[in-house]
Design a protein around this ligand. Sequence first.
Ligand SMILES: Nc1ncnc2c1ncn2[C@@H]1O[C@H](COP(=O)(O)OP(=O)(O)O)[C@@H](O)[C@H]1O
Ligand SMILES: [Mg+2]
Length: 253
Amino acid sequence: MHADVALRTESLCLWYGARQVLHEISLSIPALRITALVGPSGCGKSSLLRCLNRLNDEIADSRTTGRIRIGEIDAHAKDTLVHDLRRRVGIVFQRPNPFPLSIHDNVAYGLRLLGIRRRSELDDRVEAALKAVALWNEVVSRLDESALDLSIGQQQRLVVARAIAVEPDILMLDEPGSALDPVSTLRFEELLHELARRHTIVLVTHNMQQAARVSDFTAFLHQGRLVEFGATDALFTNPRERQTEDFITGRYG
Ligand SMILES: Nc1ncnc2c1ncn2[C@@H]1O[C@H](COP(=O)(O)OP(=O)(O)O)[C@@H](O)[C@H]1O
Ligand SMILES: [Mg+2]
């Protein structure tokens, strides 16, 4: 594996109360590639993503050990600013969650938080983000209308535009396709390839065909443990572990 590493976890463990849900996860995510995170429901995929940008901080009773390095930053160090970390590591959830604001203001939201006030700069960056997700042509005439009136497929692209507007190094997507119809899903997968030119992508998906189609690398998680990680082609055609083989051939999950 010759790609640079964008994010590295070392022996990452997570507990909710007394219950341990992640066990000694050591994983290196290659930069500017698409890494799929797969595994049965409840194996800890969303929890792992939430550790990476410290959304777990908001969950009372959660506790982590181990290390997470994002570039030169230690994500869990006391002096790491959470808002800076979240600017570098964006997340998009399963259900598109536009804010009850205009299309423009949704995408401008994070930019305003960064202190960008000049209207021309905001407009330029909103346009660039909407173009990057192939939504610009559909919404250019109604940027001031509510984002809630968009279709689900458009909303999903909008929340990706909102996430990338602040130019994160890493974009994490947690089962982003599950609310989409098949045509929107294929469009969305094409979009991921475009986005991977500028952002490291971590894609949680329960859809093995999707993982095989779009990702360069795949990590298989089972019961909070990283069972196998490798190039997607190799993992799907010639898995090293029996558990991986059982999962990708649909024997459980
Ligand atoms: N906020 C929470 N508090 C307590 N337990 C949780 C919380 N979120 C998830 N869990 C538990 O942690 C385990 C992993 O969940 P999750 O990360 O959502 O898995 P996945 O995304 O792979 O389906 C599950 O057993 C789930 O019930
Ligand atoms: Mg999940």
